[in-house]
Write a protein that binds this ligand. Structure first.
Ligand SMILES: CC(C)(COP(=O)(O)OP(=O)(O)OC[C@H]1O[C@@H](n2cnc3c(N)ncnc32)[C@H](O)[C@@H]1OP(=O)(O)O)[C@@H](O)C(=O)NCCC(=O)NCCS
Length: 177
């Protein structure tokens, strides 16, 4: 297994594989990726049904950095992230930072600690940066991984993704704020 941050040309080479994984994993996300128009949108109640499947989401992912896990050149998992991301919730005081927008492991690669290994590589590369991400409150697998890496809950948006499903923002900071 090879785990690394892709160069621009490698990223182009893996684009179709990334699209295929997003298409296959679409409905596992809450709400499904095909109902989203970007990786950071604030409205996530899932009521907006897109017409192009995961294409809008994929277009946003393509513009970001990608850390990939490959096995004999086949994509098994990836993390998309933005460098130095600032919005109304993550202010400039948190720079330098990275914002993890997507984490996805192919079904056949799951349960083997691959996410842990991808995150180890990513966090070693950005050891001097604050790290942010968000997920839905019922995503036990991801939340378990985040707490193992020492992420703290930053903000909870109650019922943001539907009844009983919150959006939870996590942070892992290099100093206290
Ligand atoms: C979340 C996801 C990336 C985890 O990938 P993975 O490589 O299988 O995770 P790991 O093998 O590194 O497991 C990490 C921990 O989570 C636990 N875990 C994995 N799947 C789990 C599940 N469905 N429920 C509860 N815990 C789970 C593992 O037991 C492991 O804990 P351990 O170290 O105590 O054994 C994968 O399930 C996935 O792609 N899901 C769909 C997309 C998604 O939810 N992405 C995140 C959106 S923000």
């Amino acid at each position: 297994m090879e785990i690394r941050i892709l160069t621009e040309s490698e990223q182009e080479r893996y684009e179709n594989a990334i699209l295929a994984m997003l298409t296959e994993g679409d409905a596992e996300f809450v709400p499904p990726l095909s109902t989203r128009t970007s990786t950071t949108q604030s409205d996530l109640n899932g009521k907006m049904k897109g017409t192009g499947g995961v294409l809008s989401y994929f277009a946003a992912v393509k513009k970001q950095r990608i850390l990939a896990a490959t096995e004999e050149d086949k994509l098994v998992g990836f993390v998309s992230f933005k460098e130095n991301f600032v919005d109304e919730r993550i202010g400039e005081e948190y720079l330098p930072n990275i914002y993890i927008s997507t984490l996805l492991v192919a079904p056949e690669g799951r349960g083997k600690g691959l996410t842990r290994r991808m995150y180890e590589v990513l966090f070693a590369e950005y050891e001097h940066a604050n790290v942010f991400t968000r997920t839905w409150s019922t995503n036990e697998a991801h939340i378990k991984i985040l707490s193992k890496f020492g992420f703290e809950t930053m903000l909870v948006l109650k019922n943001h993704r539907g009844n009983g499903i919150d959006t939870v923002y996590f942070k892992k900071c290099i100093r206290s704020f």
